[in-house]
Design a protein around this ligand. Structure first.
Ligand code: SER
Length: 871
């Protein structure tokens, strides 16, 4: 059965059980401060489990793109070494939100595996949670009794908290789980060792394929558990592992999910898979990582130097390095796999097909730049090895290479070993640990439990229509971080504060208590669909009604930049073409930043046209037309541009200004005239095929023009207020160029005259024609004179000193080649030693050398000592 069919069968099965089938949410999360990537099928539904939102349907099923490379669930280091862990993988899942529970979840999983996919029952094992004394949880008898109806009891195994209790994070919904494992070893192997003993033992052919989680508890900040009011089901099946079982192969990499990529790597490198374990690991690493990186880029996450972008960059670099070291690929090649991937996955995940050019270009540029870094690192490593006494290279140096050049230890070790050296690993680890401790200390935080004052699930956002409302505090918690100290996070029954999202920064403002006390709201963010307000302190009386007031200037300026962002997007698509897509955006009160796909520099004329396009829309004073809570499809049919990041269940709001229509949750001006004026400040590249425009609107433009005007007036005054400033500057430049030329000529003439004087000062000492003197010439003239004198006078030894400033001194020494080569004279030695007198150093060849220093006071002594070098 082909992987495509396996996926479809799963979804059809759950559809027949009344589940709503939804598309995969993005793998990259944009607005979740607690998670960078979707790391399991349930992550997009967290808010439903937490009770912060109500799903449209209580039964959902999908195949979700997941990435496990950071945080609590991190498989990165395993990938490539075994045949069943991945960075990016698909998780097939079915969910019940307070609907069915263990009985149906188990019955359906069994039916699908054994009747639809026809997996023989005698290769399956299931596990049941055995209970945990510390948590006070009992064995999951309910699950055990249900499983008994389907599978013989000797195939039901007990599992501990580590394997059979699933938690989303340190806090939040969790519960016991039952895993389904499959034993695909040969009969012969099975006769030797009982499969039961290999479950959860990291055996490559006895692996978990499905995890059925029975969410029934909430883990609190103090570690204790409380029962959830409604019970949920969260199941996750590893798609690639299921394909391995159903396609009768022994490794995920032998399924048709990976074989097209592996064949392509073989073709590109000319190296065959399956012959040498080290090479196979490298090929698996690359086949796996190119999927993670490509899907991340297609979801809008470009490799970068921080946050999620850095995680993606590190994954790609890991792949490049394996190619570099084990496949001997010193040129970019991974980008070529993007096309194979787009062919293979484009039907199930259209985003990968739509973005394939971008994926291709971004990966290629990353490869080019990292390969350059590797080259530089190799040179540095050579130097380190050269300077190493004994056979052990300093681990500190290896850590520096890692830290500044991303040069991994194993690569450093490999190269060092080839040259007969070892790296001091202990020192490397110490450097690593110190760095980790530093960053842990910097980000350490402690989050308390929510203190609930009013049971109110839905916190209404009223900030589109009002900037000031009366609110009640429904819950709060204390968060302590190293950076900000103690802070409180407040949740209200309703709020006018816009939470950071869609590129727009969160609102600021204050709460006013009945006796006039002010509690400042420093920032507003959204977490699991709850709007959280950050404050330094709590109101004294928590239960009264507060006046919540948004800082209207901050908000209006953000709104102005947000609407201008939409108009800019429209301008770019109109002027540059519809290939332009938003790739990132920041909307703050001070300025806006907009990243978009486009393959060349936007030139000056185009920028002027874009600016004028936006300003024309501003002059038209187009009114805001807003549609709230409309179905996504309707908005798209009406012509709205949807950005990355939307997922199932998001309420859709369409924002229109004239012909610009976008899906957007942000805040906007009432009419475009409120923006006042739009000015582009800069345009540049962010990555291959991605450009960035930074622009300002409103009062910032006023300040900008005031500044320009002030600078201009100052320049004009300096030029004595000419009528035509540009002409005046241009004639100054011409004058300057002519003067430069004159000076050059004068210097040449001066040098010519001086040469005669200097020649006359030469005296003969022991057969050497010697002169040591201070001159007032530039270095170029000194060099010329010296070489000319050398041509005219035999056995010449001259030392010239100059003092270009009070803090700068130069010594230049010329010695005829016959003296240097036959009598052992050395100009380099002369300036090196005499250079100390001017507090400096230098060197060169034996016939010509220079030294620079900071002490012109040392010049007379240096000149005096020069004759000591005559032998
Ligand atoms: N949340 C569970 C897991 O990730 C099941 O979906 O394994």
């Amino acid at each position: 059965m082909k992987s495509q069919e396996i996926r479809t069968k799963f979804l059809e099965f759950y559809k027949s059980k009344q589940h709503e089938i939804v598309p995969s949410a993005p793998m990259v999360l944009k607005n979740d401060p607690t998670l960078m990537f979707t790391n399991s099928g349930m992550a997009p539904f967290k808010e439903y489990f937490l009770g912060n939102a109500t799903p449209k349907s209580t039964r959902i099923s999908d195949s979700q793109k997941c990435l496990r490379v950071s945080g609590k669930h991190n498989d990165l280091e395993e990938v490539g070494y075994d045949t069943y862990h991945h960075t990016m993988f698909e998780m097939l899942g079915n969910w019940s939100f307070g609907d069915y529970f263990k009985k149906e979840a188990i019955a359906w999983a069994w039916e699908l595996l054994t009747e639809v996919y026809k997996i023989p029952k005698d290769i399956l094992y299931v596990t049941v949670f055995e209970g945990d004394e510390k948590d006070g949880t009992k064995m999951d008898q309910e699950a055990y009794d249900i499983w008994k109806e389907y599978i013989s009891e000797d195939r039901i195994l007990m599992g501990n908290k580590k394997d059979n209790f699933w938690e989303m994070g340190d806090q939040g919904p969790c519960g016991p789980c039952s895993e389904i494992h499959v034993d695909i070893r040969s009969e012969e192997e099975k006769n030797k060792v009982d499969g039961k003993s290999l479950v959860n033992e990291d055996h490559p052919q006895v692996v978990e394929i499905w995890n059925l989680v029975f969410m029934q508890f909430n883990r609190k900040a103090n570690g204790s558990l409380e029962e959830l009011p409604a019970k949920h089901i969260d199941t996750g099946m590893g798609f690639e592992r299921l394909c391995m079982v159903l396609q009768g192969v022994q490794s995920n990499y032998d399924t048709d999910v990976f074989t097209p990529l592996i064949r392509e790597i073989e073709t590109i490198t000319g190296i065959e898979y399956g012959k040498d374990e080290k090479i196979d690991i490298a090929i698996r690493v690359i086949a796996d990582h190119v999927r993670a990186v490509s899907f991340a880029i297609a979801d809008g996450q470009l490799p970068s130097n921080n946050g999620a972008g850095y995680v993606i960059r590190r994954i790609l670099r890991r792949a490049i390095r394996y190619g570099f070291t084990f496949l001997n690929k010193k040129e970019p090649f991974i980008y070529k796999l993007a096309e194979t991937l787009s062919h293979q996955m484009g039907d199930a995940f259209p985003e990968i097909r739509k973005q394939d050019t971008l994926v291709h270009n971004v990966i290629k540029e990353e490869e080019q730049s990292f390969l350059r870094t590797l080259d530089q690192g190799l040179l540095l490593l050579d130097k380190v090895i050269e300077g190493t006494k004994g056979k052990e290279v300093s681990g500190k140096k290896a850590f520096e290479l890692y830290d500044t050049y991303g040069f991994p230890l194993d690569l450093t070790q490999l190269i060092a070993r080839e040259k007969g050296y070892e790296i001091n690993e202990e020192e490397f680890k110490a450097g690593m640990k110190a760095q980790k401790d530093r960053s842990r200390a910097a980000s350490a935080s402690e989050t308390g439990d929510w203190v609930v004052l009013i049971e109110d699930e839905t916190e209404e956002f009223v900030g589109y229509d009002a900037l000031q409302v009366d609110v009640k505090l429904t819950r709060y918690r204390k968060v302590t971080t190293k950076k900000d100290g103690d802070q409180y996070q407040l949740v209200f029954n309703m709020t006018p504060f816009y939470p950071e999202g869609g590129g727009q920064v969160g609102d600021k403002g204050y709460l006013e208590t009945s006796n006039g006390d002010i509690i400042y709201i420093l920032d507003t963010k959204k977490e699991n669909n709850v709007i959280i307000h950050f404050a330094k302190n709590l109101p004294k009386n928590l239960n009264e009604t507060f006046k919540a007031v948004v800082n209207d200037e901050f908000r209006n300026l953000s709104a102005s930049n947000h609407t201008a962002t939409h108009l800019l997007h429209q301008a770019l698509r109109t002027i540059l073409g519809t290939h332009v897509e938003q790739k990132g955006s920041l909307v703050s009160p001070d300025y806006l930043r907009f990243d978009f796909s486009h393959f060349s520099k936007v030139d000056k004329d185009q920028l002027a046209e874009i600016e004028e396009f936006v300003n024309a829309r501003i002059r038209e004073n187009l009114p805001l037309e807003e549609k709230r809570n409309i179905p996504m499809q309707q908005a798209i049919d009406e012509g709205a541009i949807a950005l990355f990041g939307e997922k199932y269940g998001d309420s859709v709001r369409a924002i229109r200004f004239g012909q610009s229509m976008e899906l957007c949750g942000g805040t906007h001006v009432q009419q475009t005239g409120d923006i006042w004026y739009f000015k582009i400040k800069s345009e540049g590249a962010v990555a291959a095929g991605i450009r960035r425009i930074e622009a300002i609107t409103n009062v910032a433009v006023g300040e900008y023009f005031e500044n320009v005007e002030r600078n201009f007036s100052e320049v004009k005054a300096l030029l004595k207020n000419p009528k035509d400033v540009a002409k005046s500057v241009s004639s100054l430049q011409d004058e300057n160029a002519a003067l430069k030329k004159q000076i050059e000529q004068l210097l040449k003439d001066k040098a010519k005259n001086m040469k005669g004087d200097l020649k006359n000062q030469i005296t003969e000492i022991n057969g050497v024609n010697f002169l040591a003197t201070k001159v007032d010439l530039d270095q170029g003239s000194i060099k010329n004179i010296m070489f000319e004198l050398g041509g005219e006078v035999d056995n010449l030894f001259v030392l010239f000193a100059t003092a270009p400033s009070n803090e700068k001194a130069m010594l230049t020494c010329y010695i005829s080649k016959d003296l240097a080569n036959e009598k052992g004279y050395d100009a380099g030695k002369v300036v090196r030693e005499l250079g100390k007198l001017i507090h400096g150093g230098g060197g060169g060849q034996n016939f010509f050398a220079t030294a620079g220093g900071k002490n012109p006071g040392g010049i007379p002594k240096a000149l005096e000592r020069a004759k000591d070098y005559i032998v």
